[in-house]
Design a protein around this ligand. Structure first.
Ligand code: UDP
Ligand code: MG
Length: 253
């Protein structure tokens, strides 16, 4: 069932050869009991390991597993964006490929968004972080979220958490740039969408290594932060109220 899936599960992947089969298996196990049409879209950010070969094998065996491969390593935001472009579901979930946040939480996220109370549900790792991250990582994340909230006048506890679900319309209007994956709750709100956070569990990586250290995250995040603040103040938002000889916008899907 590739046509019109209810849910697309999108994962960025850079050198995740040890995680892809467990990831796909875990998504299947999480979603099969729901008996919904779904797809898994993996965006390979030009991995140099065996990830793409594994994806080819997975895709040949199951057409619901779809993948794109970027021609160069462009970073997590670009990979998420490429995956969202290829996704066809009514609801789009994103999660990292390394199983730090487990697919078994997807049904809870889907139920939360289907209850129709908001446009985007974001995971928050704050309560569970001690299980999956080092003390340095936990502290730097706390400081980063504090500064981010102060500058953007937000109250998001874990802005960079990659585990989210949102309506297709949200992705269509999202402003994408290198580093945007750390600001998605605020970027959605800039577009007028409603966002909520719910706690998720957090674990150490199943296989492979983190692609970030404190420094390569910190400085770009500060740089991006002021761009996001600028967007909050300067981006315009409107709906067309009336038209003459111009057809209405096509429905979001
Ligand atoms: N990732 C990517 N391109 C990159 C770096 C990371 O697609 O250049 C993916 C990576 O494969 C993973 C996700 O982004 O699925 C988050 O990366 P990572 O686990 O290294 O981040 P951390 O959990 O340490 O913040
Ligand atoms: Mg990770």
């Amino acid at each position: 069932m590739i046509e019109a899936p209810i849910l697309s599960v999108v994962a960025p992947c850079y050198n995740e050869q040890g995680n892809l089969v467990p990831l796909v298996t875990a998504v299947r196990e999480a979603l099969e009991p729901l008996q919904i049409a779904y797809e898994i879209v993996i965006a390979d950010d030009c991995s140099s390991d065996d990830s793409w070969n594994i994806l080819q094998t997975l895709g040949a065996a199951d057409r619901r597993i779809r993948a794109v491969r970027l021609d160069r390593n462009c970073g997590q935001s670009a990979a998420v964006w490429a995956g969202l472009q290829a996704a066809t579901g009514r609801y789009l979930a994103t999660l990292d490929a390394d199983l730090q946040n487990h697919p078994r939480e997807l049904p809870r996220f889907l139920a939360a968004i289907q209850e129709d109370r908001c446009d985007c549900v974001c995971g928050s790792r704050v309560a569970a972080r001690a299980r999956g991250d080092s003390a340095v990582r936990r502290i730097s994340s706390k400081i980063a979220n504090g500064i981010r909230n102060r500058i953007t006048r937000e109250t998001v506890s874990d802005s960079a958490c990659g585990y989210r679900i949102f309506r297709r319309e949200c992705a269509a209007r999202l402003k994408f740039f290198k580093g945007m994956h750390r600001f998605m709750p605020t970027l959605f709100r800039i577009e007028g969408f409603t966002v909520t956070e719910i706690p998720i569990s957090h674990h150490t990586r199943l296989s492979g290594q983190s692609h970030y250290g404190v420094l390569n995250r910190l400085f770009v995040t500060i740089y991006d932060l002021f761009a996001v603040r600028w967007m909050q103040k300067r981006m315009f938002r409107f709906e067309v109220k009336a038209r003459i000889n111009i057809p209405p916008d096509p429905p979001a899907r």
